[in-house]
Design a protein around this ligand. Structure first.
Ligand SMILES: Cc1ncc(C[n+]2csc(CCOP(=O)(O)OP(=O)(O)O)c2C)c(N)n1
Ligand SMILES: [Mg+2]
Length: 312
């Protein structure tokens, strides 16, 4: 269902990453991060139809997947800033956030979680518990052996797993047309997996398809693959200035920003400008407050640095 709730979720994810960008620029975050700004509507839409028992596996570009699955923004920011109250004691960082309580697991190895997700889906099927697994991947990930093997096994074992391919046309700086032979669709269909394409950020179609597919998967376990054509507004990661994309291409996609489209629709259907502005202000203020609180926490102390390391 598209409306104010989904708008708020997308705005919240975007505001969180915008804040993170600011923290990076101040030198408060180590390592790198991959922003999902422009793509937030995908997890925000899919997660509407998930329960806590459903599992989501995520990628290097996972902050939006995590927040949409219900993870708490304070503990997420703490993890990314390397603080010990973070979801993984500040040792996973941006790309390796997991929360057992939320059945959420991310990993920065491209396609690395897909076989693991199959295992989780197999467990659900074995227990007949109607829970499903959603596993996110990118267009570039379709060239990983892991990904292709996982698609094969999901089909052979008829697993209740939804593959969501966020096709933002690029794997780092390489365009999908220069990297993926044939088509993603033909590959998926070659494995006998049902497939649907969502073109050009068509958030309404994604909503319809996600609802239908997830309902059906709970009753009759079988894999499904949704390819969503979308676009990331920022570079691949923090040190990428997007020099390989044309201004025309960016303009095309920025005009199709789901947040802008939804805001326009909300205003046209009677939500007042004041309500939206007041929500945005309080959302940004809350994230500012949390970021300040988390930034002020002490760094992990040296004695604890080797905790959770299994081979010392
Ligand atoms: C096995 C492996 N190889 C290479 C990398 C480096 N790497 C990180 S993201 C990425 C590109 C992924 O592209 P895509 O699947 O399209 O996802 P997107 O970044 O566009 O969301 C690569 C090659 C990695 N993390 N893991
Ligand atoms: Mg990509």
């Amino acid at each position: 269902m598209m409306g104010l709730d989904i708008y708020k979720k997308i705005f919240h994810i975007r505001a969180t990453e915008t804040k993170l960008d600011e923290l990076f620029k101040k030198g408060l975050v180590h390592g790198t991060a991959h922003f999902c700004i422009g793509q937030e509507f995908i997890p925000a839409t899919i997660s509407q139809y998930l329960t806590n028992e459903d599992t989501v596996t995520s990628t290097h570009r996972g902050h939006g997947h995590a927040l949409a699955k219900g993870l708490d923004v304070k503990l997420l920011l703490a993890e990314i800033l390397g603080k010990s109250i973070g979801y993984n004691a500040g040792k996973g960082g941006s790309q390796h956030i997991s929360s057992k309580d939320h059945n959420f697991y991310a990993n920065g190895i491209t396609g690395g979680m897909m076989p693991v997700a199959n295992g989780m889906a197999f467990a659900n099927k074995y227990k007949s518990n109607a829970a499903i697994v959603v596993t996110y991947l990118g267009d570039g990930t379709m060239n990983e052996g892991n990904a292709l093997e996982a698609l094969n096994l999901a089909s052979v074992l008829k697993l209740p797993i939804l593959f969501v391919c966020e096709n933002n046309s690029y794997a780092m700086s390489t365009h999908v047309k220069k990297a993926v032979a044939g088509s993603i669709q033909d590959r998926v269909k070659g494995f006998g997996i049902a497939y649907e394409i969502i073109k050009e950020n068509d958030f309404k179609k994604l909503d319809e398809v996600a609802k239908k597919v997830i309902d059906e998967m709970r009753k009759n376990p079988a894999p499904f693959f949704i390819e969503v054509q979308t676009y990331r507004h920022h570079g691949h990661s923090k040190n990428d200035q997007n020099l390989y994309r044309t201004k025309d291409e960016e303009k095309f996609w920025f005009e199709r920003d789901v947040l802008i489209a939804l805001e326009k629709e909300l205003l046209e259907s009677g939500t007042s400008k004041e309500e939206l502005e007041s929500f945005k202000k309080s959302c940004v203020e809350e994230i500012d407050r949390i970021a300040e609180e988390v930034s002020a926490l002490p760094e992990e102390n040296e004695e604890k640095i080797l905790d959770h390391v299994y081979s010392k």
